[in-house]
Structure formats: C-alpha cells, structure tokens
Design a protein around this ligand. Structure first.
Ligand code: EPU
Length: 405
C-alpha cells in the first residue's frame, strides 16, 4: 500500500550514456538510475578515456579525449550491453576492438546482426582472439535489413550511421521506447534521425555532434514489476513518475486478470483483487508484451484461478525462474518455449536464487505472497537493474530486508 516513484530506465540510460562518445564536449545526463549496470558502463567509458562525474542521479561525461578504442573482456563480460560502444567507437575513431560478449543465462544472444550492419556501413570486421576488430576509413550510409528487430543492434547502427556519410535506412528496426529515447538524444546533439519508434528508421549522416543535457525516461520494466506486485498482494499502490504509454501491453494483460488499473497522467494506480483470472501470454518485441516482464507475470499466474499458457518468443532460454518457483510450490510445466502455469492457492517461502535480473525480481515478487520466509540469494543480479528495490518495497509495507551485500 502507498506510493512508489519510478527511477530512470536502465535500458535507455545505457545507450544514452554511451552516445556521449560521439561528442567531444561535456554531456549532462539526469535521472540516471544508480545501478550496477550503470557503474559497469561508466567504468568502460572511463577506460576509453572519458571523464565522468556523478552527483546523485546526474552523470556528466566529457568524451573529448577518447584515446582508447578497446573494450576489454573483463569489462564486457560483466555486462553484454557493453557492445553498445562498438558503433560509436567506429564512428568517432574509425576503429574499435571490443570483446565478444559470449552467451548468457537467458540465451545465446549473438551479435551477428550488429556486425553485419556495421559492415554494410563500410566497416571491415574481423573476429580475433575473442574480440571484434572493426576498422573503417570511411563510413557510408546504407540500406540495412535486420532479420530480427534487435534492440541494442538498432541502437548500435543508429550511433554509427549518425556520423556516416549520406543516408542510412534501417528496415525492421526495433521499436522500443528506449530506441525513441536514444533517437531524441542524438537529434538533440544535431543528428538527423527520423522514424524512431516505427520499423523503418532513416538517418542522414552529419559531420559532428554537439554535447547535450538530457533526462532519462522512466523505467517501464520497473513500473511493470510494481504493478504486478500490487496485483499479486491485493495491494493498492500509486506508481508515480512513470510513462503509462510505454506499458500498454502490460496494462492490457493485467487488466484481463481483473486487476483494477487507473491511469492519471504520469501516475498509475493499481488495486489488486482476490480472485486473479488466468490469462495466456506471449512475449514479443515492442509493442508486444515485453520479455523483461515475463517472469514477473508468471508469478502472478502461479497464484491465479486457472491455467495460463506463457510463451517466450524473444529469448530461447528465459525460464530459469521456473525451477525456483516450483520449489516455492508453483505448478508449472515447460514444453519447448512455453510454460503451462496452473494457479495454486498459496506459494511457500524458500531459499531461492536466480542467474538473471528479471528472474531474480520474480523471486522477490513470489516471496511477497509466499507463506513464510523467502531468502533470495545472489541479489547481485537485482542490483544490476533495480534501484533500491528492497527499500521501495519496504516503503510499500513489505517485510523485506537486505541481509548481505
Ligand atoms: N539476436 C540475434 N542476433 C543479433 C542480435 C540479437 O540473433 O545480432 C537475437 C537475440 O539472441 C534475441 C533476439 O534477437 O533472441 C532479441 O534480442 P535483442 O538484440 O533485441 O536484445 P538485446 O538488445 O541484447 C535488449 C535489452 C534486454 C531485453 C531485450 C529484448 C538492453 C541493454 N537490453 O537486449 O534487457 O530483454 O532487448 O527486449 O537494452 C534486461 O533488462 O533484463 C534485459 C535483458
């Protein structure tokens, strides 16, 4: 019960902080969430030569002196999104050496489409000793057709094409709000990007970009996670400082469960009900239901009134929370990329752990409604993407505390 305010979006902040590499002056970013992944990207940017100052949620980056073109394995392996520096380094320095990210807990997650697109823009790419080595005497605009609407891939292409000569068109571009946010920032820097938020993005290259001051959009996945928490616990919460327009699929699905949702400008009020209806769900690229909300929604379905079929179509291995939820009494059967969830009356608290950010969040949600104590281990994953999650939940009345860093 009560009110919770939403932090800046991790997945918008990451590419936007990286976009400072494209300018040679002081950029100021506000509403930057205090997260491990943000620390990781700041470490990488400093390693490349950027000067960074942080004061609360304000991060100032001066990338005037980028001398280093190498993103080493040790920094990239901590966070896959480090691959976002590839495009800007090639655009600015005409060369980059970036460690290949490798697989991760939720899928193989290759970067072949990032590399193919960079090659279309004129970069020569080689894979050597676990690194991507890219060189370009000159970058030239091109027609790029993405086989899959990759989010960070689209961002990498945008950040390369802004400084390429001529016109680039990205076909089957990702349409996530974070793409629009990055496009807005790049345009503020002086880029000419049109169509972000649609599947065709056109970029006319410019010769240089200016530093900017911008604020990061609210985190739609954090918002959705709190919405589920209210629905799950029969709570009544006001989520403030969010962007309801970025959550239409989640609001729609949650509405079908019977949960009462009221939108008022940048606030959402969510009131849980006793008898949660089961609904089926399929994750899809935006504007479909986000894969980053699948684990949380599955917890809600675990205590709903009937059967729910949840299909994961974005990542091939994003059910790692299932075995932990089953240990808490959930009735879930996996077949291929689908999970059949049969609602049970009650979950029971247990020690659990997960190896992915959103899976960890789902275990916290499960702990909120489980009978008895739940101990979530490896909360390192949570700290990568949720700012002060336990404090925000405690503020809403949850009995939750961090016992060990
Ligand atoms: N893919 C390829 N080749 C590529 C790129 C992607 O096959 O070159 C495949 C992936 O393996 C995946 C699908 O395309 O099956 C979509 O992946 P995408 O590239 O869109 O994902 P991403 O850019 O690596 C971002 C978010 C993820 C979020 C996904 C999907 C960031 C930093 N990360 O990842 O966020 O799940 O889009 O919406 O923006 C999270 O925050 O917990 C998180 C995992």
């Amino acid at each position: 019960m009560g009110e919770v305010s939403i932090s800046g979006a991790k997945n918008a902040a990451l590419p936007i902080l990286v976009s400072s590499l494209l300018t040679d002056g002081l950029c100021t970013f506000s509403n930057v969430p205090n997260l491990k992944d943000i620390e990781s990207i700041k470490l990488l940017l400093s390693h490349l030569g950027a000067k960074i100052e942080t004061d609360g949620d304000v991060v100032k980056i001066d990338a005037g002196n980028i001398l280093n073109h190498e993103a080493p394995y040790d920094l990239v392996r901590k966070m896959r999104a480090s691959i976002l520096v590839l495009g800007p380094l090639v655009a600015r320095l005409k060369k980059a050496r970036v460690s290949l990210p490798g697989g991760c807990a939720i899928g193989a997650r290759p970067i072949n489409l990032h590399l193919k697109a960079l090659a279309c823009l004129g970069a020569s790419i080689e894979l050597k000793h676990g690194y991507v080595e890219a060189y370009a005497d000159k970058l030239e605009g091109s027609e790029i057709y993405l086989d899959i609407a990759t989010v960070t891939g689209t961002e990498n292409i945008m950040m390369t094409a802004v400084l390429a000569e001529g016109r680039t068109v990205i076909h089957n571009a990702a349409r996530e709000p974070e793409i629009v946010a990055l496009s807005d920032v790049l345009n503020k820097m002086g880029a000419d990007i049109r169509g972000a938020g649609t599947s065709t993005i056109t970029i006319i290259g410019v010769s240089s970009l200016n530093p900017v001051s911008v604020s990061i959009i609210p985190d739609r996945i954090e918002t959705g996670t709190f919405m589920i928490a209210a629905a799950l616990t029969g709570g009544d919460i006001k989520i403030s400082g969010c962007e309801p327009g970025h959550l239409e699929a989640v609001i729609h699905k949650l509405g079908l469960t019977g949960t009462i949702i009221k939108i008022d400008g940048k606030n959402i009020r969510v009131q849980g009900i006793d008898d949660i209806a089961s609904v089926d769900l399929k994750t899809l690229p935006y504007p479909g239901f986000p894969t980053d909300m699948q684990a949380q929604f599955m917890v809600l379905m675990s205590v709903a009134g009937g059967l729910s079929l949840i299909s994961e179509t974005v990542f091939e291995n994003r059910f790692i929370h299932v075995s932990e939820l089953k240990r808490m009494g959930a009735d879930i059967t996996i077949a291929g990329n689908s999970a059949m969830v049969k609602g049970v009356k009650m979950l029971s608290g247990a020690p659990v752990m997960a190896t992915d950010l959103r899976a960890s969040a789902s275990l916290i949600l499960a702990g909120l409604v489980a009978r008895g104590k739940t101990e979530v281990n490896r909360i390192y994953h949570l700290d990568r993407g949720y700012e002060s999650l336990e404090k925000k939940f405690a503020g809403l009345g949850a009995a939750i505390k961090r016992v060990k860093e």
